[in-house]
Write a protein that binds this ligand. Structure first.
Ligand SMILES: CC(C)(COP(=O)(O)OP(=O)(O)OC[C@H]1O[C@@H](n2cnc3c(N)ncnc32)[C@H](O)[C@@H]1OP(=O)(O)O)[C@@H](O)C(=O)NCCC(=O)NCCS
Length: 384
């Protein structure tokens, strides 16, 4: 198979492959996917695998960042991995995923994230389950009146507000020391804002709301609601709740610690896991350096990383964490090191307790401070 970086003309080659792999695509769905596809094409991030001049495989890598304890770490968001049904089962998927991993490294992403339809393929290259995306449901009535009398100024947003929206989201996650959410960046926001009239976006100085009607018009679906202050949070939820005479329910992807759970009188209509995502530490020293760490934690831990796919990660390292900063320094061979492979490293980085990882055979060693260093309950608010 020859893996090509696709240009704007060849992107349409992939429509049939998308449909055969992920479900039939209407013209409207394809047009939407194509808009983001063009963004990828411009940066050389949409790939097609060809045999005898025909596309048999595809993958894309979004240029994203992911917050870890409030610091944005450059991340390759892998999606749209598929092999034509008639070409499956003879190693093309593995060839493609290995290529994607190498490209993430070449782009300089210390991390890669993906939502796996099937995990073993990705696990075999060092991605591991790290976090989840959850959806909460509330009776719309429970949110009504949240904004009444609010001094917060809100306005409708359009494509020209893309840079401001991306910046507000960055500020909110930095200040909240979030772990897990994804930074789409300004260019993707410009596309989302231009997509049509079905999404309603409101902007405050320190907050963003993006929502749309659910199917059948009896619910409202919140795609994004982030706010940097209690007043703005109430004002934005108030906009959504004001629809309660028509929409009986509001559904929203939220952090389990979103303040709205502490604002509504009742506990809400439900909380469910929508999807799980996997993390890959592509460049261990860069990923450790870029991440944030809890205040007051300092540690020096000897690690042995064995990464058969990214050999530069392998070897003995001192993990040094102090004053919210971390680094890896090369160390001499030692029997007392905590041993991890790429899957254990990814899960540890994401805050999975070391006892869990020992139980799963993904970490060997017992240094309790590791759990304080990487403490996180990561969540995401977007899928891709
Ligand atoms: C998943 C997919 C990309 C695999 O492609 P492929 O060319 O058949 O993969 P390979 O032949 O290289 O096999 C790679 C591994 O994946 C496993 N695998 C393939 N299809 C699988 C499935 N449906 N469920 C679980 N594992 C699967 C294989 O068993 C193999 O593991 P092994 O090496 O331990 O035997 C392909 O089946 C596909 O396009 N599926 C539909 C779209 C999809 O699910 N994409 C993944 C999105 S995250």
């Amino acid at each position: 198979m020859e893996i090509r970086v696709l240009d704007a003309e060849s992107v349409d080659d992939l429509r049939d492959l998308w449909s055969r792999s992920f479900g039939a695509m209407s013209d409207a769905t394809w047009a939407r996917s194509r808009m983001l596809g063009e963004l990828l094409v411009r940066s050389g991030r949409q790939y097609g695998g060809y045999e005898n001049g025909r596309p048999v495989a595809m993958a894309r890598i979004y240029d994203m960042a992911q917050w870890w304890h409030g610091r944005a770490v450059s991340m390759g968001g892998v999606c749209g991995v598929a092999v034509a049904p008639e070409a499956r089962g003879r190693g093309i998927g593995r060839e493609l995923v290995q290529d994607v991993l190498e490209r993430c490294a070449a782009f300089g992403h210390p991390l890669s994230v993906l939502y796996p339809a099937t995990a073993p393929l990705y696990r075999s290259f060092g991605w591991e389950l790290a976090g989840a995306m959850h959806q909460a449901a509330f009776p719309a009535e429970a949110l009504r009146g949240f904004g009444s009398g609010s001094p917060v100024e809100l306005r409708r947003a359009g494509p020209d507000d893309a840079a401001e929206i991306a910046e507000i989201i960055r500020r909110v996650h930095r200040d909240a020391r979030s772990s897990g959410p994804i930074d789409w960046g300004e260019d993707a926001w410009r596309i989302f804002l231009a997509e049509g009239d079905d999404d309603y976006v409101y902007l405050a100085e320190d907050g963003v709301l993006d929502y749309h009607w659910g199917e059948g018009g009896t619910s409202l679906e919140v795609d994004t609601l982030v706010a940097g202050s209690a007043e703005t949070l109430r004002a934005l939820w108030g906009i959504v709740g004001s629809g309660s005479s028509v929409a009986k329910q509001v559904r929203a992807c939220l952090s389990p610690h979103d303040p709205v759970f502490w604002l509504t009188k009742e506990r809400g209509d439900g909380w469910r896991e929508l999807d799980r995502w996997m993390l890959r530490v592509v460049n261990a020293p860069a990923a450790i350096e870029a991440r944030g760490y809890p205040a007051g934690v300092s540690a020096e831990v000897l690690l042995e990383i064995d990464d058969p796919w990214m050999r530069a990660n392998s070897g003995f390292w001192w993990l040094v964490v102090k004053d919210g900063q971390g680094r890896l320094e090369r160390a001499a061979e030692s029997r007392s090191a905590v041993r991890v492979g790429p899957r254990g490293l990814a899960a540890l980085y994401a805050g999975v307790p070391s006892a869990t990882l020992r139980g799963a055979g993904l970490l060997d060693g017992h240094v309790p401070v590791l759990d304080s260093v990487f403490a996180a309950a990561p969540f995401t608010l977007d899928s891709f």
